[in-house]
Design a protein around this ligand. Sequence first.
Ligand SMILES: Nc1ncnc2c1ncn2[C@@H]1O[C@H](COP(=O)(O)OP(=O)(O)O)[C@@H](O)[C@H]1O
Ligand SMILES: [Mg+2]
Length: 301
Amino acid sequence: MTAALLVQDLNKKIGKRQIIKDISFEVNEGEVFGFLGPNGAGKTTTIRMLVGLIKPTSGTILIGGKDIRKNFTEAMKSLGCIVENPEFYPFLTGWENLAYFARMDKTIPPERLHEVAELVGMTARVHDRVSTYSLGMRQRLGIAQALLSNPKLLILDEPTNGLDPSGIREMRDFIRFLAKDQRISVLVSSHLLSEIQLLCDRVAIMTQGEIIATDDVHRLLSDREKARWRFEPMAKGKAILESMTEVEERDGALYTPFHADKLPVWNSRVVRAGVQVLEMQKITPSLEDLFIELTGGQGID
Ligand SMILES: Nc1ncnc2c1ncn2[C@@H]1O[C@H](COP(=O)(O)OP(=O)(O)O)[C@@H](O)[C@H]1O
Ligand SMILES: [Mg+2]
Protein backbone atom coordinates (compact mmCIF):
# COMPACT_ATOMS: atom_id res chain seq x y z
CA MET A 1 0.00 0.00 0.00
CA THR A 2 1.27 3.48 -0.85
CA ALA A 3 2.12 5.55 2.22
CA ALA A 4 0.06 8.74 2.58
CA LEU A 5 3.36 10.56 3.06
CA LEU A 6 6.91 9.42 2.54
CA VAL A 7 9.85 11.61 3.49
CA GLN A 8 13.36 10.50 2.67
CA ASP A 9 16.69 12.11 3.58
CA LEU A 10 15.17 15.57 3.79
CA ASN A 11 17.54 18.48 4.41
CA LYS A 12 17.12 22.21 4.69
CA LYS A 13 19.89 24.73 4.87
CA ILE A 14 19.10 28.39 5.42
CA GLY A 15 22.18 30.51 4.86
CA LYS A 16 25.01 28.54 6.38
CA ARG A 17 22.77 26.88 8.94
CA GLN A 18 21.61 23.31 8.56
CA ILE A 19 18.09 23.59 10.01
CA ILE A 20 16.82 20.12 9.04
CA LYS A 21 19.29 17.25 9.02
CA ASP A 22 18.55 14.24 6.88
CA ILE A 23 15.18 13.26 8.27
CA SER A 24 13.12 10.30 7.01
CA PHE A 25 9.71 9.00 8.07
CA GLU A 26 6.38 7.86 6.65
CA VAL A 27 2.73 8.30 7.52
CA ASN A 28 0.38 5.40 6.82
CA GLU A 29 -3.27 5.42 5.81
CA GLY A 30 -5.68 6.37 8.60
CA GLU A 31 -3.00 6.94 11.18
CA VAL A 32 -2.39 9.96 13.37
CA PHE A 33 1.32 10.60 13.23
CA GLY A 34 2.89 12.96 15.76
CA PHE A 35 5.80 15.22 15.27
CA LEU A 36 7.10 15.96 18.74
CA GLY A 37 9.85 18.35 19.66
CA PRO A 38 10.62 21.45 21.71
CA ASN A 39 10.29 24.92 20.23
CA GLY A 40 12.95 25.48 17.60
CA ALA A 41 13.33 21.75 16.82
CA GLY A 42 12.38 22.28 13.17
CA LYS A 43 8.77 21.08 13.06
CA THR A 44 7.34 24.09 11.24
CA THR A 45 10.26 24.23 8.79
CA THR A 46 9.68 20.56 7.92
CA ILE A 47 5.95 21.12 7.51
CA ARG A 48 6.55 24.16 5.29
CA MET A 49 8.58 21.92 3.00
CA LEU A 50 5.93 19.20 3.00
CA VAL A 51 3.19 21.56 1.89
CA GLY A 52 5.34 23.29 -0.73
CA LEU A 53 5.80 26.67 0.96
CA ILE A 54 9.60 26.37 0.92
CA LYS A 55 11.95 24.19 -1.09
CA PRO A 56 14.05 21.43 0.47
CA THR A 57 17.81 21.72 0.00
CA SER A 58 17.77 18.00 -0.78
CA GLY A 59 15.65 14.91 -0.21
CA THR A 60 12.42 13.38 -1.41
CA ILE A 61 8.81 14.02 -0.43
CA LEU A 62 6.08 11.74 -1.79
CA ILE A 63 2.45 12.56 -1.03
CA GLY A 64 0.17 9.65 -1.94
CA GLY A 65 3.09 8.26 -3.94
CA LYS A 66 3.52 11.47 -5.97
CA ASP A 67 6.84 13.31 -5.85
CA ILE A 68 6.18 16.96 -5.01
CA ARG A 69 9.21 18.04 -7.05
CA LYS A 70 8.21 16.23 -10.22
CA ASN A 71 4.47 16.28 -9.87
CA PHE A 72 3.56 19.16 -7.57
CA THR A 73 -0.05 19.74 -8.63
CA GLU A 74 -0.96 16.07 -8.48
CA ALA A 75 0.74 15.61 -5.11
CA MET A 76 -1.06 18.62 -3.61
CA LYS A 77 -4.45 17.21 -4.66
CA SER A 78 -4.37 14.68 -1.83
CA LEU A 79 -3.14 17.17 0.78
CA GLY A 80 -5.00 19.48 3.12
CA CYS A 81 -3.11 21.65 5.56
CA ILE A 82 -3.14 24.42 8.09
CA VAL A 83 0.20 26.05 8.70
CA GLU A 84 0.17 28.74 11.34
CA ASN A 85 -3.23 30.30 12.07
CA PRO A 86 -5.87 30.07 9.37
CA GLU A 87 -6.90 33.47 8.01
CA PHE A 88 -10.55 34.28 7.39
CA TYR A 89 -12.58 37.32 6.53
CA PRO A 90 -14.03 38.21 9.94
CA PHE A 91 -17.08 40.06 8.60
CA LEU A 92 -18.11 37.19 6.38
CA THR A 93 -19.81 34.11 7.79
CA GLY A 94 -18.04 30.78 8.07
CA TRP A 95 -20.09 29.58 5.14
CA GLU A 96 -19.16 32.57 2.96
CA ASN A 97 -15.49 32.03 3.77
CA LEU A 98 -15.72 28.37 2.78
CA ALA A 99 -17.60 29.29 -0.41
CA TYR A 100 -14.86 31.78 -1.25
CA PHE A 101 -12.17 29.07 -1.00
CA ALA A 102 -14.33 26.51 -2.81
CA ARG A 103 -14.70 28.84 -5.80
CA MET A 104 -10.92 28.86 -6.27
CA ASP A 105 -10.91 25.11 -6.93
CA LYS A 106 -13.23 24.07 -9.75
CA THR A 107 -13.05 20.39 -8.77
CA ILE A 108 -14.95 21.02 -5.52
CA PRO A 109 -18.69 20.25 -5.96
CA PRO A 110 -21.12 22.69 -4.27
CA GLU A 111 -22.52 20.03 -1.89
CA ARG A 112 -19.05 19.60 -0.40
CA LEU A 113 -19.61 22.79 1.65
CA HIS A 114 -22.46 21.11 3.54
CA GLU A 115 -20.39 17.99 4.02
CA VAL A 116 -17.38 19.74 5.53
CA ALA A 117 -19.51 22.01 7.73
CA GLU A 118 -21.16 18.88 9.10
CA LEU A 119 -17.88 16.98 9.44
CA VAL A 120 -16.41 19.66 11.68
CA GLY A 121 -19.68 19.97 13.63
CA MET A 122 -20.37 23.57 12.67
CA THR A 123 -23.78 23.47 11.00
CA ALA A 124 -25.40 25.42 13.86
CA ARG A 125 -22.99 28.36 13.62
CA VAL A 126 -21.80 28.30 10.04
CA HIS A 127 -24.02 31.25 9.03
CA ASP A 128 -22.68 33.49 11.81
CA ARG A 129 -19.86 35.90 11.20
CA VAL A 130 -16.37 34.57 11.82
CA SER A 131 -15.72 37.56 14.13
CA THR A 132 -18.11 35.94 16.63
CA TYR A 133 -16.26 32.59 16.64
CA SER A 134 -14.05 31.27 19.43
CA LEU A 135 -10.49 30.26 18.57
CA GLY A 136 -11.58 26.60 18.66
CA MET A 137 -14.30 27.30 16.08
CA ARG A 138 -11.88 29.18 13.86
CA GLN A 139 -9.54 26.20 14.01
CA ARG A 140 -12.37 23.90 13.02
CA LEU A 141 -13.35 26.21 10.19
CA GLY A 142 -9.70 26.05 9.11
CA ILE A 143 -9.90 22.27 9.05
CA ALA A 144 -13.20 22.46 7.15
CA GLN A 145 -11.43 24.56 4.55
CA ALA A 146 -8.54 22.08 4.40
CA LEU A 147 -11.06 19.25 3.92
CA LEU A 148 -12.90 20.93 1.02
CA SER A 149 -10.80 19.18 -1.60
CA ASN A 150 -11.32 15.78 0.08
CA PRO A 151 -7.66 15.18 0.97
CA LYS A 152 -6.18 11.83 2.00
CA LEU A 153 -3.58 13.54 4.17
CA LEU A 154 -4.11 16.38 6.58
CA ILE A 155 -1.16 18.30 8.04
CA LEU A 156 -1.73 20.43 11.13
CA ASP A 157 0.99 22.48 12.76
CA GLU A 158 0.34 22.64 16.53
CA PRO A 159 -3.47 22.50 16.14
CA THR A 160 -4.24 22.93 19.84
CA ASN A 161 -2.03 25.95 20.47
CA GLY A 162 -3.96 28.61 22.34
CA LEU A 163 -7.06 26.45 22.94
CA ASP A 164 -8.53 26.01 26.42
CA PRO A 165 -8.67 22.52 27.96
CA SER A 166 -12.15 21.71 26.60
CA GLY A 167 -11.17 23.03 23.18
CA ILE A 168 -8.07 20.83 23.26
CA ARG A 169 -10.14 17.77 24.10
CA GLU A 170 -12.62 18.54 21.33
CA MET A 171 -9.84 19.03 18.79
CA ARG A 172 -8.22 15.77 19.84
CA ASP A 173 -11.50 13.81 19.50
CA PHE A 174 -12.11 15.45 16.17
CA ILE A 175 -8.67 14.57 14.78
CA ARG A 176 -9.10 10.96 15.89
CA PHE A 177 -12.54 10.88 14.27
CA LEU A 178 -11.07 12.08 10.96
CA ALA A 179 -8.43 9.35 11.08
CA LYS A 180 -10.53 6.42 12.31
CA ASP A 181 -13.88 7.23 10.69
CA GLN A 182 -12.91 9.07 7.57
CA ARG A 183 -9.61 7.19 7.01
CA ILE A 184 -7.70 10.45 6.61
CA SER A 185 -4.04 10.28 7.59
CA VAL A 186 -3.09 13.12 9.89
CA LEU A 187 0.32 14.57 10.66
CA VAL A 188 0.23 16.82 13.73
CA SER A 189 3.09 18.62 15.35
CA SER A 190 3.26 19.46 19.01
CA HIS A 191 5.70 20.49 21.70
CA LEU A 192 3.43 18.85 24.29
CA LEU A 193 4.18 15.32 25.35
CA SER A 194 0.78 14.64 26.90
CA GLU A 195 -0.90 15.66 23.68
CA ILE A 196 1.02 13.27 21.45
CA GLN A 197 0.52 10.51 24.01
CA LEU A 198 -3.28 10.91 23.88
CA LEU A 199 -3.65 11.65 20.19
CA CYS A 200 -1.15 9.74 18.10
CA ASP A 201 -0.58 6.19 16.92
CA ARG A 202 3.08 6.78 16.12
CA VAL A 203 5.51 9.54 16.87
CA ALA A 204 8.74 10.95 15.51
CA ILE A 205 10.73 12.72 18.20
CA MET A 206 12.63 15.68 16.84
CA THR A 207 15.31 17.86 18.35
CA GLN A 208 17.73 20.31 16.74
CA GLY A 209 16.64 19.40 13.23
CA GLU A 210 17.07 15.66 13.68
CA ILE A 211 14.66 12.79 14.30
CA ILE A 212 16.09 10.85 17.23
CA ALA A 213 13.38 8.17 17.43
CA THR A 214 10.29 7.00 15.50
CA ASP A 215 7.99 4.44 17.06
CA ASP A 216 4.54 3.26 18.00
CA VAL A 217 3.53 5.49 20.94
CA HIS A 218 2.24 2.65 23.12
CA ARG A 219 5.17 0.36 22.46
CA LEU A 220 7.60 3.16 23.13
CA LEU A 221 5.96 3.65 26.51
CA SER A 222 5.12 0.06 27.54
CA ASP A 223 8.73 -1.10 27.10
CA ARG A 224 9.58 1.34 29.82
CA GLU A 225 6.86 0.61 32.36
CA LYS A 226 7.89 0.27 35.98
CA ALA A 227 6.31 -1.03 39.16
CA ARG A 228 6.27 1.31 42.12
CA TRP A 229 6.34 -0.13 45.65
CA ARG A 230 6.13 1.11 49.22
CA PHE A 231 6.63 -1.16 52.23
CA GLU A 232 6.49 -1.11 56.00
CA PRO A 233 9.31 -1.53 56.96
CA MET A 234 10.81 -0.17 53.76
CA ALA A 235 14.38 -1.44 54.21
CA LYS A 236 13.36 -5.04 54.74
CA GLY A 237 11.04 -5.03 51.72
CA LYS A 238 13.77 -3.45 49.63
CA ALA A 239 16.30 -6.11 50.59
CA ILE A 240 13.90 -8.87 49.55
CA LEU A 241 13.10 -7.23 46.20
CA GLU A 242 16.81 -6.69 45.56
CA SER A 243 17.43 -10.39 45.92
CA MET A 244 15.11 -10.95 42.91
CA THR A 245 15.39 -7.90 40.60
CA GLU A 246 16.84 -4.42 40.05
CA VAL A 247 15.53 -1.84 42.48
CA GLU A 248 15.78 1.92 42.31
CA GLU A 249 14.83 4.14 45.26
CA ARG A 250 13.55 7.69 44.82
CA ASP A 251 10.92 10.02 46.28
CA GLY A 252 10.23 7.64 49.15
CA ALA A 253 9.32 4.72 46.88
CA LEU A 254 10.99 1.76 45.18
CA TYR A 255 10.88 1.15 41.44
CA THR A 256 11.41 -2.21 39.73
CA PRO A 257 10.88 -3.31 36.13
CA PHE A 258 7.24 -4.13 35.40
CA HIS A 259 6.89 -7.85 34.61
CA ALA A 260 3.23 -8.85 34.92
CA ASP A 261 4.12 -12.52 35.43
CA LYS A 262 6.74 -11.97 38.14
CA LEU A 263 4.98 -9.32 40.20
CA PRO A 264 2.73 -11.73 42.19
CA VAL A 265 5.78 -13.84 43.07
CA TRP A 266 7.78 -10.86 44.29
CA ASN A 267 4.75 -9.61 46.20
CA SER A 268 4.11 -12.89 48.02
CA ARG A 269 7.79 -13.26 48.98
CA VAL A 270 7.67 -9.84 50.61
CA VAL A 271 4.37 -10.57 52.37
CA ARG A 272 5.59 -13.95 53.68
CA ALA A 273 8.57 -12.20 55.26
CA GLY A 274 6.10 -10.21 57.36
CA VAL A 275 6.46 -6.94 55.41
CA GLN A 276 3.34 -4.87 54.74
CA VAL A 277 2.80 -3.81 51.13
CA LEU A 278 1.45 -0.24 51.28
CA GLU A 279 1.56 0.35 47.54
CA MET A 280 2.18 -1.59 44.35
CA GLN A 281 1.27 0.01 41.04
CA LYS A 282 2.20 0.22 37.41
CA ILE A 283 3.92 3.46 36.34
CA THR A 284 3.89 4.43 32.66
CA PRO A 285 6.69 6.85 31.87
CA SER A 286 5.80 10.21 30.41
CA LEU A 287 7.22 11.02 27.01
CA GLU A 288 9.24 13.57 28.93
CA ASP A 289 11.11 10.83 30.82
CA LEU A 290 11.61 9.19 27.47
CA PHE A 291 12.91 12.33 25.83
CA ILE A 292 15.42 12.82 28.62
CA GLU A 293 16.54 9.24 28.15
CA LEU A 294 16.83 9.55 24.36
CA THR A 295 18.71 12.84 24.42
CA GLY A 296 21.00 11.85 27.26
CA GLY A 297 19.45 14.14 29.85
CA GLN A 298 18.78 17.21 27.78
CA GLY A 299 15.03 17.15 28.34
CA ILE A 300 12.23 19.02 26.63
CA ASP A 301 10.48 22.23 27.55
N1 LIG B 1 13.68 31.60 7.53
C1 LIG B 1 14.53 31.24 8.49
N2 LIG B 1 15.79 31.75 8.53
C2 LIG B 1 16.66 31.39 9.49
N3 LIG B 1 16.39 30.51 10.46
C3 LIG B 1 15.17 29.97 10.50
C4 LIG B 1 14.17 30.30 9.52
N4 LIG B 1 13.05 29.60 9.80
C5 LIG B 1 13.32 28.88 10.91
N5 LIG B 1 14.60 29.09 11.33
C6 LIG B 1 15.26 28.45 12.49
O1 LIG B 1 15.12 27.06 12.36
C7 LIG B 1 14.92 26.44 13.62
C8 LIG B 1 13.66 25.60 13.58
O2 LIG B 1 12.54 26.44 13.58
P1 LIG B 1 11.05 25.91 13.46
O3 LIG B 1 10.96 25.00 12.28
O4 LIG B 1 10.14 27.07 13.48
O5 LIG B 1 10.90 25.06 14.80
P2 LIG B 1 9.59 24.52 15.56
O6 LIG B 1 8.43 24.68 14.65
O7 LIG B 1 9.91 23.11 15.89
O8 LIG B 1 9.46 25.35 16.79
C9 LIG B 1 14.88 27.55 14.64
O9 LIG B 1 16.14 27.64 15.25
C10 LIG B 1 14.58 28.79 13.81
O10 LIG B 1 15.16 29.91 14.41
MG1 LIG C 1 6.59 25.63 14.95
